[in-house]
Design a protein around this ligand. Structure first.
Ligand code: UD2
Ligand code: MN
Length: 367
């Protein structure tokens, strides 16, 4: 071996040692660095941002009181990590409301109803804090069995309307109905036309909500038992058969004036109500004739439950007894298919949404 080759070998060995010495601290640093990373949390974050697991409920508004959660949950837009930390803790999805029971547990039975103490709208408003604008309500804790539009024919009876609102809102809420109150106000001073106003109430309320039951009520009538439920039954219902005015006696079986309820289907089956009874009387008998001619009967609550009070009043101007009514009611079978919801024409003058009711002022025309 030459001296040169010995020198080269020595140099080679020295270089190797230097490289090894340099590598040692680098590998030690690398090991420490890897150990300091939280590998599991990295893995979790990847899963979430890719929605490999069920997305949390971030940003989803709570359903409004009494509203059902939609059955199908749309996928959430992806949320950046910085945003997530600002959001509240993920909530389990809200359960759909259960149906309300057939008989409301909130009913109290017989009520004291009198019309001597004055009531005012502010007081009624504060006593009914759960009402929604326009006189709408639905129960918070269960899904109402029926969606009921309450239609009141009206002109110039503000004092009666106050009593109606005062007594009826608490009753209707205890009955656990999903309801809205529509006061159909006849504009102008032509002859009053109750049945046509009721037809208009049917049409206009349906433009707002998918009601399936319609309760038609005079403004001056209040039930004196909250078990007399303002809903629809398998047959058209007469809710005001036992009036104080008549000593709480049912005058006859085909009485249908005052307060009545018809499901949407029952109402359409009879082509709604007549449009050409101008002035007082006859239209209630015409409606009863329609019900009978379509093979339906009139249902009623028992006498115990069905008692009502009417506010005493004199007869109104432009609602004098209709002299043609006696003849008209003999013609129902012939007229009912042409005259009714299928021939209704009117003009909406104004819609007022008040806290306790919706008032729709309409031009019904004249005889
Ligand atoms: C009976 C009937 C009613 C109707 C009427 C004849 C009962 C309990 N009631 O009530 O349903 O068949 O005879 O048409 O059987 N109205 C106004 N402003 C007016 C006139 C009437 O708002 O200027 C409304 C109001 O809702 C009133 C309803 O129409 O309650 C019926 O009129 P009414 O009270 O003068 O008739 P009444 O008590 O004889
Ligand atoms: Mn009356």
């Amino acid at each position: 071996m030459s001296k040169d080759s010995v020198n080269f070998n020595l140099l080679h060995q020295t270089c190797k040692l230097v490289v090894l010495l340099c590598l040692l601290p680098i590998s030690v640093t690398l090991v420490f660095y890897i150990c300091s990373l939280d590998i599991t949390s990295l893995f979790d974050q990847n899963l979430q941002s890719g929605y490999a697991v069920t997305p949390p409920n971030y940003g989803r508004p709570k359903p409004e009181a009494g509203m059902k959660e939609p059955a199908i949950v749309e996928p959430e837009p992806q949320i950046k990590d910085e945003q997530k930390s600002m959001e509240p803790e993920a909530q389990p999805p809200a359960k759909a409301l259960e149906k309300c029971p057939e008989t409301s547990p909130l009913l109290v039975g017989p009520l004291r109803v009198e019309f001597n103490t004055l009531v005012n709208l502010e007081q009624i408003k504060s006593e009914n804090p759960n009402l929604e604008y326009g006189g709408r309500f639905r129960p918070k804790d269960c899904e109402a069995l029926q969606k009921v539009a309450i239609i009141i024919p009206f002109r110039n009876r503000d004092e009666h309307l106050k009593y109606w609102l005062y007594y009826m809102h608490p009753i209707l809420q205890r009955q656990q109905l999903d309801y809205g109150v529509y006061v159909i106000n006849q504009d102008g001073d032509q002859l009053f036309n109750r049945a046509k106003l009721l037809n208009i109430g049917f049409t206009e309320s349906l433009r707002e909500y998918d009601y399936d039951c319609f309760v038609f009520s005079d403004v001056d009538l209040i039930p004196i038992d909250d078990r007399n439920t303002y809903k629809c039954f398998s047959q058209p219902r007469h809710l005001s058969g036992y009036l104080d005015k008549f000593g709480f006696r049912l005058l006859h079986n085909w009485l249908f004036g005052g307060i009545s309820s018809l499901s949407k289907e029952q109402y359409l089956k009879i082509n709604g109500f007549p449009n050409n009874y101008w002035g007082w009387g006859g239209e209630d008998d015409d409606i009863a004739n329609r019900v009978a001619s379509k093979g339906m009967s009139i249902s009623r609550p028992s006498k115990e439950v069905g008692k009502c009070r009417m506010i005493k009043h004199s007869s109104d101007k432009q609602n004098e007894p209709n002299p043609q009514r006696f003849h008209q009611v003999t013609q129902t079978k012939e007229t009912m298919d042409k005259d009714g919801i299928n021939s209704l024409s009117y003009r909406v003058v104004k819609v007022d949404k008040f806290d306790l009711f919706t008032k729709i002022t309409v031009d019904v025309g004249k005889p």
